[in-house]
Design a protein around this ligand. Structure first.
Ligand code: 8YV
Length: 328
């Protein structure tokens, strides 16, 4: 019996490709070429499955052009690259890669917060440029993390990981806002108090964004929200580009409406708003929050496990639209 054909849309660990090859006829993009939508559609012809990453958009056009497609397994917890409603309507299963990246991403959130609040990259650039000629009492003075108020917008698994680091490790006062309030046991575990978005913006010394991207969360932080924050506050975006209005943020950083920002994700990435590149009080990283090799391998393995389970008649581990399975 011939093996199902799958497409692996981006380069991935050779051992994951080898594992997929044991089950599937694999077309892999190990050259890591960036494909246009037309090229993705061309490559998906005849494929029953796709291994995707956050940059591979599966929407109604792609689904209409690829009628043989039955499952797309995302190597990411976020899945705003999927039109899940269109996938459900087309009978295509969507899976993501949650949990395996939670602690690694929360570690990075804390690293980005600390680098931002303590001006680590800005001061390093100064040193490397040969500008450090003497010590000064207020040189690169930043803001404290310990004992400060940490505001977390979006209290899913990663938000909870950041809350625990802040509360248990740094004695922070943790407040959060989320679509739904956590149950009392989880709140106690995180030592976090539920507040309104407005109260969070007004009282937090450090605001960390970890909410999923959707039309509803587009520009959750724009000029009006930045104006509500303390002038000494820092903002960290770990979630998705588009949750912050990057042009408004660059202006707020330039005007010192807020003190500093740390960004791992950008609107239209890998392009970065040019104004962000010219303000000094922002730490910029290229979407690396989950980037440790063990975690990236776990994410890729989970995506592969979902594909293998689906085609061997087992239940995929992390389905996003399980109704599709019930229909079959
Ligand atoms: C990925 C992410 O690196 O999991 C997510 O949602 O944003 C990152 O961990 C990226 O999306 C690649 O798939």
């Amino acid at each position: 019996m011939s093996k199902p054909k799958i497409l692996v849309a981006r380069a991935v660990f050779p051992e994951v490709i080898a594992r997929l090859e044991a089950h599937f006829d694999v077309e892999a993009n190990q050259a890591d070429t960036t494909w246009s939508k037309a090229e993705l559609i061309r490559r998906l012809q005849g494929k029953a499955g796709a291994f995707t990453t956050g940059g591979d958009r599966i929407d109604a056009d792609v689904l209409a052009a690829c009628p043989e497609l039955r499952i797309c397994a995302n190597m990411a917890v976020g899945y705003n690259n999927f039109d899940v409603d269109a996938m459900t309507a087309a009978g295509v299963l969507a899976t993501n890669a949650p949990d395996v990246l939670t602690e690694t991403t929360a570690d990075f959130g804390f690293a980005l917060l600390m680098a931002t609040a303590r001006r680590i990259t800005e001061s390093e650039h100064y040193l490397r440029a040969g500008k450090w000629t003497k010590w000064r009492y207020d040189m690169f003075a930043g803001s404290d993390i310990h004992g400060a108020t940490l505001g977390i917008l979006g209290m899913g698994r990663i938000g909870q990981g950041i809350a625990k680091r802040g509360a248990h490790g740094f004695g922070m006062n943790v407040i959060y806002h989320n679509r739904s309030r956590l149950d009392a046991a989880l709140e106690a575990d995180c030592r976090a108090s539920y507040v309104s978005k407005e109260a969070l913006l007004k009282t937090a010394d450090h605001v960390v964004l970890v909410l999923p991207y959707s039309k509803a969360s587009h520009h959750t932080i724009g000029a009006a929200e930045l104006a509500q924050m303390k002038p000494t506050a820092t903002l960290v975006n770990l979630a998705r580009g588009g949750i912050v209005d990057d042009a408004a943020l660059a202006e707020a950083l330039r005007n010192k409406t807020i003190a500093a920002a740390g960004l791992d994700v950008f609107e239209g990435e890998p392009q970065v708003h040019p104004d962000l590149l010219t303000v000094p009080n922002v730490v910029l990283t290229p979407h690396i929050a989950s980037a440790t090799l063990p975690t990236r391998l776990a994410m890729a393995s989970l995506a592969a496990d979902n594909l293998i389970a689906f085609f061997t008649g087992n239940k995929p581990l992390t389905p996003l639209n399980p109704a599709v399975l019930a229909i079959k």
